[in-house]
Write a protein that binds this ligand. Structure first.
Ligand code: SF4
Ligand code: SF4
Length: 171
């Protein structure tokens, strides 16, 4: 699940920008022309629900013993695609853009791991497998691995379609 560092600074982190961005996305997501994107967002959320047990199983086997947790090390922020998805799927929204104290962990990290439900996390936190998890996956039987890949590909495809539908519908 660990995210990679992003190349530039966080969007919508200036004074008043977070509510403005969310208001704009809310308006966009409610337009009649965004109906196909809303349906794809709903299906994407469903696919993420199917993915969750696989990723939880890998996390349970690796994260509690991890000496270099990705959620402490990585720097990521809410971007357009993740925020648009939350609006389209009518899911709870983050209260603010992520900010980091020097050397600090992700603000969503709690004492027992991420406190966001999986479909509410940035997408990269859902699909990324760290080296330890990839190694662990090697111990799964072929059918289980194939199922994980299929679920992941389905979710990726739906996310891409959702964004394309949003751009086509309201662009
Ligand atoms: S085991 Fe992997 S996914 Fe878990 S905290 Fe460590 S780096 Fe992150
Ligand atoms: S949102 Fe959750 S999973 Fe993603 S980096 Fe932050 S604590 Fe980790």
């Amino acid at each position: 699940m660990p995210p990679e560092p992003m190349p530039s600074g966080p969007p919508w982190s200036g004074h008043g920008q977070w509510p403005q961005a969310n208001q704009a996305l809310r308006t966009l997501a409610r337009k009649p022309a965004a109906a196909p994107a809303r349906e794809l967002a709903r299906r994407f959320a469903e696919a993420r629900g199917f993915l969750a047990p696989f990723m939880e199983r890998l996390c349970a086997a690796t994260c509690p013993r991890c000496l270099d947790p990705c959620c402490v090390r990585a720097r990521l922020w809410w971007g357009f695609a993740d925020l648009a998805f939350l609006h389209l799927a009518e899911l709870p929204l983050p209260l603010k853009q992520m900010t980091y104290a020097p050397g600090g962990a992700c603000p969503h990290l709690g004492p027992h791991g991420c406190h966001l439900e999986r479909p509410l996390r940035p997408w990269v936190c859902d699909w990324h497998l760290c080296p330890e998890q990839k190694a662990r996956l090697g111990g799964w039987d072929q059918g289980e691995r194939r199922e994980l890949v299929q679920v992941l590909e389905r979710a990726r495809g739906l996310r891409k379609q959702m964004l394309e539908a949003l751009v086509q519908g309201v662009g």
